[in-house]
Ligand binder design. Sequence first.
Ligand code: ADP
Ligand code: MG
Length: 257
Amino acid sequence: MAWTNEQQAAIDSRKQTLLLSAAAGSGKTAVLVERMIRRLLDKTYPIDITELLVVTFTNAAAAEMRDRVGQALMKALSETKDPRIERQLALLPSAHISTLHSFCQYVIRKYFYTIDLDPTFSIAGQEELNLLRRQVLSDVFLSYYEDEDRAAILYPLADMFGSDRGDDVLMDTVSRMYTYARSLAWPEHWLKASALAYETGPDTSIDDLPWVQPVKDFVQRVLKKDISFYERALYHLGQRDAFSAAYDQFSAEQEAL
Ligand SMILES: Nc1ncnc2c1ncn2[C@@H]1O[C@H](COP(=O)(O)OP(=O)(O)O)[C@@H](O)[C@H]1O
Ligand SMILES: [Mg+2]
């Protein structure tokens, strides 16, 4: 296989961070595998495959990567019969080629005693996590209701953002904020900045507040839609003189909107 110039440059590049971006099927994995193989079989500074950390997004991608490294090693072995290659093949099953989560799990299990964790821990599934999060939210809310000072904060919140049937809606809002914040690099910073958007000084006018324009846009969209309903009602009312009183009434309402 003849590498393209870009691929060759990516394969040969050393002593710097590389970010490769190319379309699916254009040969990124092939380049990565080739880079690994060259490192393993380097004449001057060979390394063992267990010294590499290769992380992927999915288990399927990790399996593919392991498979392709294995194939590349087999191919090299058939060409050179180098005992080093046989050793790499033997080490392949214990190589760190996995999803990032699996690697983290490996590190935690290996060094559990340094963080005082039961090494028989397991990774929770999505359902279990949802239940746990619900439980934690309930506990936090309860801790607020039970404390007089904190209850003074939560009651108005629950009034404004909850529903008459309980705090479920408010809990969902908190939960969504948590999920969104966690997707950002600095979650706490975002939460604090979001709270600042509601801070008002003595001369703050409503239009100074960053969240007002989206609310206005929303209200405007709703009103425009309502106005168009009046349009149709007025058309039908205009067909009969008997409806003229209603017509005037609707017409005035549309004008007001
Ligand atoms: N320069 C090349 N010439 C011919 N085939 C190539 C070349 N580079 C990659 N391929 C082949 O193209 C296919 C897709 O490559 P792959 O590395 O899986 O792409 P990607 O990881 O970018 O989706 C593989 O079968 C690979 O062997
Ligand atoms: Mg790929």
